[in-house]
Each structure stands twice: as C-alpha cells, then as structure tokens.
Design a protein around this ligand. Structure first.
Ligand SMILES: [Mg+2]
Length: 231
C-alpha cells in the first residue's frame, strides 16, 4: 500500500479556468438568437444571469446538462438537446486556449511524482471537462469529478470516493484546495488532512472548520508532502 498521498482541487488550486462555462453559454446565446429564441436582456444582464445559473449548478442544484437545458428553454427554444451537445463541445474546445495553470504547478506535480507520492484530483464538475483542465495543468493521474461520483464536495461521499481511489488512509492524505467549506471543512470532516491553498492572501472565514495547514504557493505544497508521516 502506498504510504502517503496528496490530492487536489482544480479551480484556483491547480489552474484558473477564466470562466470557461460562462463563455460557452454566451456563445450559445448567438445560436439562440439566430434560431429564433428570445434573449432576456442586455449582454451585461445575460452575463449576470449566466453567472447566477452556474453558481446554483455548482452548488448542487442540478447537473450541467440540466442547467444548459434550462438556459435554452428560458430563451424560448424547446428542443435543447443539440444545444447541450454544442455547449459541451464549445467548452472542451476552449480548454487549451483559456485554462491557465497556476505558477509552478506543472513543476510541483513532476516533483511529487518523482518523490513517489500518490496523487489524485477531486473536483466539483463534469467529465471530461475536469479531466481536460487537470491535463492542462500538467496532471496525469486519476481525476474524480463530482458528476461521476454522484456527490459534490463538501459531501463526505465525494472524499470517500477519493480515499478509495488513492488506496491510502485518509489520515496519511493531504487534500489541497482553496475553498474553506467545500475543500477544507469537507476534507477534515471526512478524516483527511486539509491544506488551505491561499495564493491570494485571503482571510480565513470565521466559523468554518480551520485547515491543518495553510499554503500560499506550490513550494508550500511540496513542504507539506515531505511532512507526511505514516502512523
Ligand atoms: Mg477551487
């Protein structure tokens, strides 16, 4: 059995996606307009509506396909199937152009690999988008997406799926992420060690389970990995 592991969130931990799904929905608006649908407002208003829809979807209100269907129905198009496929294709075509790894991430991943540390990604999102983002960040290990697991962080079932995939005890595993609730509190509640990735110098929110460690860059993650002890 491997002795230790480091697992990661993707967005704002390994890479920035620059609102790739918002861009794809804005591209769908052009098709909706062309095919007889009704836009709901100005471009600013549409962007605000898109952000609200995606925020609800990421919080677990629905799957991404359902969110896209709703987006299309709300603008007067009843046959949404082709739009859903179009949305997925647009997003995936944009990954290599828009998703940017955080500084030093590919090097950090190479160093973890060279040290024989088991790694994985657990991310709220859909396949294959999260896999493509991880690849773009230089990660070539297993990627678990919430849509495939059937549970989103901070749900303990998501972390249980991660621990099972890693094959490493939770207390020998660091989970690194930027979201205090989904990543830090979720990982700790599931028995993992939680590292808060705080590249932007934020203040940790009051009343949320604190992390076991705070790191501000990839070298901080590498230091964490060297500290894992086998109990
Ligand atoms: Mg994140």
């Amino acid at each position: 059995m491997p002795t230790c592991a480091v697992a990661f969130d993707i967005d704002h931990t390994l890479a920035i996606d620059n609102k790739i799904e918002r861009i794809a929905l804005l591209r769908l608006l052009c098709r909706i307009d062309r095919e007889g649908g009704t836009l709901l407002g100005t471009l600013d208003e549409e962007t605000t509506a898109i952000d609200a829809l995606l925020e609800r979807q990421r919080a677990g209100a629905c799957e991404i396909d359902e969110a896209v269907q709703r987006f299309v129905y709300d603008r007067g198009i009843t046959d949404a199937g082709a739009y859903v496929a179009d949305f997925r294709a647009i997003v995936l075509s944009l990954v290599d152009h828009i998703v940017v790894p955080l500084p030093g991430v590919p090097r950090m991943l190479r160093e973890l690999r060279a040290a024989g540390i088991v790694t994985a990604v657990l991310s709220n999102g859909w396949s294959p988008l999260q896999q493509r983002k991880a690849t773009r960040a230089g990660f070539d290990g297993p990627v678990l997406a919430s849509a495939d697991i059937g549970a989103s962080k901070p749900d303990a079932r998501a972390f249980a799926a991660l621990v099972e995939r890693l094959g490493v005890r939770g207390d020998c595993t660091w989970y690194v992420g930027d979201d205090p609730i989904a990543d830090v509190a979720g990982a700790r509640a599931a028995g993992l060690r939680a590292a808060w990735f705080n590249a932007e110098g934020q203040r940790y929110p009051d009343g949320v389970t604190p992390p076991d460690a705070e790191v501000k860059d990839v070298d901080g993650v590498l230091r964490l990995a060297s500290l894992i002890e086998v109990r």
